[in-house]
Structures are given as structure tokens and as C-alpha cells.
Design a protein around this ligand. Structure first.
Ligand SMILES: [Zn+2]
Ligand SMILES: [Zn+2]
Length: 116
């Protein structure tokens, strides 16, 4: 047993308490469990889970296409982003939370690491 790690992340869907733009190149998410995330728009676009992008785009995306036209919460369990080039991205909160690269999330021992 590891002290302080008794909660398992997979137990329930993460819920969003607050959502805001951070400057022009990132958005901030405040989670109901008290965690705060900053997501660079470049990462959100890169890991877009839509069918077309498939969870990770191989090609580099020009910075002028990584700007948002619209940012909306879909209730507690999803986030909708519309980009300047017309692309639409829909993240469930679980997908979004998995994209968090903060020191805490990156260090989660239970988090599976994929090689490719
Ligand atoms: Zn996409
Ligand atoms: Zn995090």
C-alpha cells in the first residue's frame, strides 16, 4: 500500500467544475476533485479523439490552426472545442483528464504507458 494513493482514478468519471481560457494558447480546467489542469491548445488539437484524428495526429499542426473559435462545456461530462479551421473536437472528461500532463498526472503509477 502506498500512503496517500488510496483513490483510484478509474473509479468514477472525472467531473468539471470550471473551464476557462488561459491566455490565447491554453485552457484551464478545474475538476470537482480539486485537481487543476492547464491544457495547451496544441496538445488538445494533437490528441483530438475524433475519427479523423484518431486520438493523435502524426502531422504537425500549424500554430494558426490551433486557435479556438468556441469552447463549451457539455454538462459535467464533456467539452466541445471548435477551431478556426472549422475542425470540431469533442472530449469526454475522462479523455481530457487523461491528456493532463502535469507532474501529478504524469507521475501516476497506475497510469499505463504506451510505447508507440
Ligand atoms: Zn479531430
Ligand atoms: Zn494533472
Amino acid at each position: 500500500m502506498i500512503p496517500g494513493k488510496s483513490k483510484t482514478a478509474a473509479a468514477s468519471e472525472p467531473r468539471i467544475k470550471g473551464l476557462n481560457e488561459v491566455g490565447r494558447y491554453a485552457i484551464g480546467v478545474q475538476w470537482a476533485d480539486g485537481h487543476d489542469s492547464i491544457f495547451p491548445l496544441a496538445n488538445l488539437r494533437r490528441y483530438c479523439p475524433c475519427n479523423e484524428c484518431g486520438g493523435e495526429t502524426a502531422e504537425a499542426i500549424a500554430p494558426d490552426r490551433q486557435r479556438l473559435l468556441q469552447l463549451s462545456r457539455l454538462g459535467d461530462n464533456g467539452v466541445y472545442l471548435r477551431w478556426v479551421d472549422g475542425h470540431e473536437t469533442l472530449y469526454t472528461t475522462a479523455q481530457m483528464r487523461a491528456t493532463c500532463r502535469c507532474a501529478y498526472c504524469a507521475g501516476e503509477p497506475e497510469r499505463p504507458l504506451t510505447g508507440d
